[in-house]
Write a protein that binds this ligand. Structure first.
Ligand SMILES: *Cc1c(COP(=O)(O)O)cnc(C)c1O
Length: 493
């Protein structure tokens, strides 16, 4: 595809992107696609002869787009968002245009040095201690794995690197709260330590790790001859954005010599706001920390900021230098291929740099505050309704709530009723919500974190939730006649 043809198609593609983003509210947030429906529209075999770009783009529009969940739709309130923004999107286009593989300084000096500086900017923005050095990872999962392996290497004097699980001797044990993200379990699996070495510490009514329970577990492990190695402290759990008491855990970690990792993947960006300065308490004692700009900052997936105190230990964990990778700089440079599990690296710093510059601290803070206020206002609305129940006091922009009809017949299971409500809302096309369990009860989970979200969207989603819920649970004729059977009827939206 040469010269003018590429230019023309590229312009048309940009036009499509602009139209898509401007008209995104016209798409259902979640497609009504049945499993296999998209595959059935694709040929069984790859094409023998090349096809025209026109045909390929047409199929993109006709087959692929209708089967997509639209994460940039303001009605996307499920999981955590994966926000982008126009500056980030432009950077991503340029990254693809440069097509660089940025594994070492020499393979793209600007990519390495921009990453160094962008991570210093992030550290400043988040008010993190100067003792932290940052590197961009593809996700919090890899950052956490990296943290655990570095802890293992530091504690075993690099024996794990050389001997793996054959190094014998005592067993390392690891800790997190029972609310911690599944990436912790996965890191423990991948590290070869095994899930049986992971202690899930009970949480209090606010879903926060209970420090005394942690200390008990550590002491028990010491008694059994294990070596307490590593803890992942959660700031902003995925289920409920619960925040573990970092300072108290830091004291225990210091006493028993644990590596303290902090998982602030989602709520981390709030560290830039003075009103969340309380989250900084104890962080100076952390050995590593991860924050995902690809969630609650408008930097499109993937971009995860991993900060570590002992960079030398990190590099010892990962460094490998075969002949074909040797280069001969005379001044020391960062070769990020030795800072994590992957050799090949995308130029992810570019989009971070574009976003930090375009929005500035003010713009980014305003975005966070706006979305936090949406959640706080909606929480107030939920509290005002007798038949809705807020299940936790929101600290950020995530709400956990459920519908609880005032005159609830005995045989109605609240979990089932709310699951039905959730399915119904998600089928409406206007909103996408997910769920969690708060202390064993089913909760609808709503995140006001999408960058395009405005007050009017929150209002209309709340109206939809109330109307749907109230249509869903109404006494049946039998019940009016004295029986307790309940009819669940789905309204047509
Ligand atoms: C999303 C999330 C993760 C995993 O992040 P990835 O970047 O998808 O690997 C880890 N921890 C928490 C608290 C999260 O919310």
């Amino acid at each position: 595809m040469e010269g003018d043809e590429f230019r023309k198609t590229a312009h048309e593609t940009v036009d499509w992107i602009c139209d898509y983003l401007e008209g995104i509210e016209g798409y259902p947030v979640v497609p009504g696609t049945a499993p296999g429906e998209i595959r059935s529209q694709l040929p069984d075999a790859p094409p023998e002869k090349g096809e025209s770009m026109e045909q390929i783009l047409e199929d993109f529009r006709q087959i692929i787009v209708p089967g997509m969940t639209h994460w940039q739709h303001p009605g996307f309130m499920a999981y955590f968002p994966a926000n982008h923004s126009q500056p980030s999107l432009l950077a991503e286009m340029l990254t693809a245009a440069l097509g660089a593989q940025c594994m070492s300084w020499q393979t793209s000096p600007a990519a390495t040095e921009l990453e160094e500086q962008a991570m210093i900017w992030l550290r400043e923005l988040f008010h993190l201690p100067d003792s932290f050095t940052g590197v961009i990872e593809s996700g919090a999962s890899f950052a956490t794995l990296s943290s655990l392996l570095t802890a293992r290497e530091s504690r075993s004097h690099d024996a794990g690197r050389a001997w793996g699980l054959q190094s014998g001797g005592k067993r390392f044990t690891t800790y997190c709260s029972e609310e911690a993200h599944s990436s912790i379990d996965r890191a423990v699996r991948m590290s070869g330590l095994g899930e049986s070495c992971l202690r899930k510490i009970p949480t209090d009514a606010q879903c926060r790790l209970i420090p005394s329970e942690l200390e008990k577990a550590i002491c028990q492990d010491l008694e059994e001859g294990n070596i307490p190695l590593w803890i992942s402290v959660t700031l902003g759990s995925t289920g409920t954005t619960a925040t573990d008491p970092v300072s108290e855990i830091a004291k225990i970690s210091t006493t028993y010599g644990l590596w303290m990792h902090v998982d602030a993947a989602y709520v981390g960006p709030c560290l830039m706001l003075p009103e969340y300065a309380w989250m900084l308490e104890g962080l100076d004692a952390a050995d590593s920390l991860v924050i995902n700009p690809h969630k609650w900052m408008p930097v499109n997936f993937d971009c995860s900021a991993y900060f570590v105190r002992d960079v030398a230990a990190l590099i010892r964990t990962w460094e490998i230098l075969p002949e074909y990778l040797k280069s001969c700089e005379h001044t020391p440079v960062n070769n990020y291929r030795d800072w994590g599990p992957a050799l090949g690296r995308r130029f992810r710093a570019l989009k971070l740099w574009f976003v930090l510059r375009y929005f500035g601290r003010e713009g980014l803070s305003a975005l966070l505050r706006k979305q936090i206020s949406f959640a706080q206002n909606l929480a107030e609305s939920i509290r005002r309704e007798q038949d809705f129940e807020l299940m936790l006091t929101p600290q950020f922009n995530l709400l956990c709530f459920r519908y609880r009809p005032v005159s609830l017949s005995a045989d109605v299971d609240l979990d089932t009723l709310n699951q039905t409500l959730l399915d119904h809302l998600n089928r409406s096309g206007h909103v996408y919500l997910s769920h969690t369990r708060v202390k064993d009860s089913f909760a609808i989970r709503l995140v006001t974190g999408q960058t395009r979200l405005e007050e009017r969207h929150v209002q209309s989603v709340w109206n939809l939730i109330r109307e749907s819920a109230r249509k869903l649970h109404r006494p049946s004729r039998d019940q009016r006649n004295g029986s307790s059977a309940t009819e669940v009827r789905l309204p047509v939206l």
